[in-house]
Design a binder for this molecule. Structure first.
Ligand SMILES: Nc1nc2c(c(=O)[nH]1)N[C@H]1C(S)=C(S)[C@@H](COP(=O)(O)O)O[C@H]1N2
Ligand SMILES: [Mo]
Length: 406
């Protein structure tokens, strides 16, 4: 059951009976709030039964991680979510792979082999946070169409490649350049080869950022096929849809790139907040750029049970798009009071930051741990769902886990 479906009918005592433990800060629970322990899946039963990724769709493949699978500081290949809009290309020969720069705003089109990229330009390695714009979509009401991502469409792997900016300088870009748009070799679901499943991009300022890479390695090895082998764009901190996989062409545009999924409600949100379910005109929609501040508790799993008298060390990651996370807090009393977590600096700009805290529980019973990150401009994650939008993007509500102390 989702948060929205809950109608709080019972008294605290009835809720406690249903959960099988006293709700320690029950008097502080927001009215109408559905405790995690009463939601489906019941965290005390389901989580921990398997350590596998969740398949949301197999046509195309869309797979997400569970929170505890993201516990590593650097996300390993097996725990990285996969998001495809079309069909994964087959039979790739990396030795023959090329990437062509074209568009209105190149001085002249230019093509590079992978070998050219690797030998002509300096290589850089960064940890980059990659979060799907639709991560958290499953909680929106009215429900938004698309993959019902919960919390696991985010990763922070280590990427190696050349700076897109260095290559653009080598290509030669005219003064009227506004945007770069990627083109890739994955196939439209219809099988129609004249259609692209997705062709997005970033404004020139983001294209020239030091951390924006044309990457050929992930975690020190060739990029896995599902993540864009042999070449992908990496624009960390932006909706991951800007980071094109299997890239073989980059167009330097003198307009905002108008490729597939750049327009309408794709990766765009109302420029001003709207009522849930509202119709929003095209011209009132804005392209998502930097992702909002967010965090994830990766240890323990929701549904963990703890012996009374023992303290609990929680940990996880926090990120804030183009910004740094300045402060990380947790609450065990449904958001009434907040305590500080230890927060590490990022490994580099646009990498997620690790946090931890030691929690003592005052008595036996049921608790929820809520985590809240605050970015360098003082903006905090909301406790409840943020602004509704037609496609269910940008849900950065506080992550919460359920705990029983017994
Ligand atoms: N060519 C291509 N690039 C793509 C996509 C795609 O379908 N095709 N999906 C985008 C979206 S919406 C996301 S969230 C990320 C997912 O990257 P990952 O599968 O490596 O985690 O890739 C982006 N790049
Ligand atoms: Mo995405």
């Amino acid at each position: 059951m989702k948060r929205r479906n809950f109608i709080m009918t019972g008294s605290l005592a009835t809720l406690a009976t249903a959960i099988g433990a006293k709700i320690v800060y029950g008097n502080l629970m927001p009215s109408g709030y559905e405790p995690l322990a009463l939601q489906d899946p019941d965290p005390f039963k389901l989580f921990g039964l398997d350590g596998e990724m969740t398949v949301l769709n197999d046509k195309p493949w869309n797979i997400e991680a569970k929170a505890h699978l993201l516990d590593e500081k650097v996300t390993s290949n097996k725990n990285m979510f996969i998001r495809n809009n079309g069909l994964i290309p087959q039979g790739i020969d990396a030795a023959k792979w090329t990437v062509t720069f074209d568009g209105e705003s190149v001085v002249a089109p230019k093509t590079y082999t992978l070998e050219d990229l690797k030998t002509k330009f300096k290589q850089y390695t960064y940890q980059l946070t990659l979060e799907c714009g639709g991560n958290g979509r499953s909680e929106f009401d009215p429900q938004a169409k698309g993959n019902q991502w919960t919390v696991g469409a985010v990763s922070c792997a280590q990427w190696t490649g050349v700076r897109l900016g260095d290559v653009l300088k080598d290509v030669g870009v005219k003064n009227d350049a506004v945007y770069i748009g990627y083109h890739a070799t994955d196939m439209h679901l219809s099988g129609d080869t004249t259609k692209e499943p997705i062709s997005r991009g970033v404004p020139m300022a983001k294209a020239y950022q030091e951390e924006t890479l044309l990457a050929f390695k992930m975690n020190g090895e060739d990029i896995p096929l599902s993540h864009g082998y042999p070449l992908r764009l990496m624009a960390g901190g932006w909706p991951a849809s800007a980071s094109g996989k299997w890239v073989n062409r980059i167009s330097v545009r003198n307009i905002v790139h108008d490729g597939a999924k750049m327009e309408g409600s794709s990766y765009r949100v109302p420029c001003e907040p709207v009522e849930p379910g509202a119709e929003v005109k095209d011209e009132d929609m804005c392209i998502i750029e930097s992702m909002p501040v967010k965090s994830l508790i990766t240890y323990p799993m929701s549904g963990a049970k703890l012996d009374f008298g023992k303290s609990l060390n929680i940990r996880g990651h926090a990120w804030a798009g183009e910004l740094e996370v300045q402060k990380m807090e947790y609450s065990i009393d449904f958001g009434s009071t907040w305590q500080k977590c230890n927060l590490e600096k990022p490994a580099n700009r646009l990498a997620w930051q690790h946090f931890n805290a030691t929690i003592e529980f005052p008595e036996k019973g049921y608790y929820e741990i809520w985590a809240k990150a605050i970015d360098s401009r003082g903006k905090a994650q909301p406790m409840v769902l943020p602004g509704w939008n037609p496609k269910g993007y940008l849900n950065n509500a506080c992550h919460r886990i359920a705990i029983k102390v017994q």
